[in-house]
Design a protein around this ligand. Structure first.
Ligand SMILES: [Zn+2]
Length: 333
């Protein structure tokens, strides 16, 4: 062993960080994410069924045969590029008043909110998934730090960690951002559908065609919802790992950093893969995720890692192994 100055707490031993078994999924959250995806799919299915029933009753009128024009309908869902759908305009005359249209749009909003904001701001359906990941991240950080430091293991219990005020505050703040994410998804879906319905009525696009476009637009919204869900879940898991790394350093005077583990997939962004096996401070990691959309569709993980006094990785064998993986990915890209 190479001698280096150690604080007394670290002198006993430094163990090797636990590297997740499935290298393609360093956060080990594939199962949890797909469970939330299933939930999202059933919510959108429910929206589609309820909207269909609503339109069958409310969007009535009569067909016209003489006046069909090929035309286009432009749809937009917030940040995304607008999409054009080819439609047959002038084939239908709706017998709806402006007041009936306004009322219909109100019901559309209720249907979307029932599904996507189920539980409301205090008990949103998505929160249980986010909280579970936060807890899993804390548990993973705990396990990893306990393996590396006997001082940590002897002075920390998971139950105590989960009941601290800072932990509870983190959950509360995650809840606020989760609610605002889902509010955004519901609002932009409503705006998108309201446009389509108003346009369809104004331009005489028949109910069948209108329903088919609405169904496609809901699929677009669902895709966005899944991206947000994955970002929230894995984001919560990462946050928990970062926080416990910081808090353990403060509580016990450990010298700990965050070791970056990339999924090293074919689709991994090069600047994410380039971090594989390197150690960063929590601040550096937070800054990374704050920019360039880095937090979306990211499968990277950061695990707590005890360091030498000079900030280098204690376990050189591990550092070399990860450097080799990093190089192999770069050579294959
Ligand atoms: Zn990444």
């Amino acid at each position: 062993m190479i001698p280096f100055p150690m604080i007394p707490e670290q002198k006993t031993r430094i163990g090797t960080p636990i590297i997740p078994r499935n290298k393609k999924d360093p956060t080990q959250s594939a199962r949890q994410v797909s469970r939330m995806f299933n939930d999202i799919e059933s919510r959108y299915l429910d929206v589609k069924r309820r909207l269909k029933a609503l339109f069958d009753v409310r969007m009535t009128g009569r067909e016209r045969v003489d006046n069909c024009q090929q035309s286009w309908l432009m749809c937009n869902n917030e940040d995304a590029e607008p999409t054009l759908y080819q439609v047959n305009a002038g084939t239908y005359i709706y017998d709806m008043t402006a007041a009936q249209l306004a009322d219909l749009l109100q019901v559309v909003q209720t249907i979307l909110d029932d599904a996507l904001l189920d539980g409301g701001s205090q008990n949103l359906w998505a929160l249980s998934y986010v909280a579970a990941e936060y807890e899993r991240g804390t548990h993973a950080a705990y396990t990893n730090l306990a393996v590396q430091s006997s001082a940590y293991a002897s002075q920390t219990t998971l139950v105590a960690l989960l009941s601290t005020a800072v932990y509870q505050n983190q959950i509360a703040s995650a809840f606020i951002s989760t609610y605002s994410d889902w509010k955004g998804i519901s609002d932009s879906a409503r705006a998108d559908l309201a446009n389509i319905i108003a346009d369809a009525i104004g331009r005489g696009i028949n109910p069948r065609e209108t329903a088919s476009i609405i169904s496609k637009r809901l699929d677009v919204s669902m895709g966005r919802a899944k991206t947000i869900a994955q970002t929230e879940q894995v984001g919560a898991l990462r946050q928990a790992q970062w926080n416990e790394t910081d808090w353990a350093s403060e509580r016990l005077g450990l010298r700990a950093g965050l070791m970056w583990l990339s999924a090293l997939k074919a689709t991994t962004r090069s600047w994410h893969a380039a971090r594989h096996g390197h150690v960063y401070t929590t601040e550096e990691v937070r800054n990374f995720y704050a920019e360039n959309g880095n937090r979306y569709n990211c499968y990277c993980s950061q695990i707590p890692c005890l360091l030498n006094q000079d900030g280098s990785i204690y376990n050189e064998g591990l550092a070399e192994r990860l450097a080799k993986e990093r190089k192999e990915w770069a050579d294959a890209a």
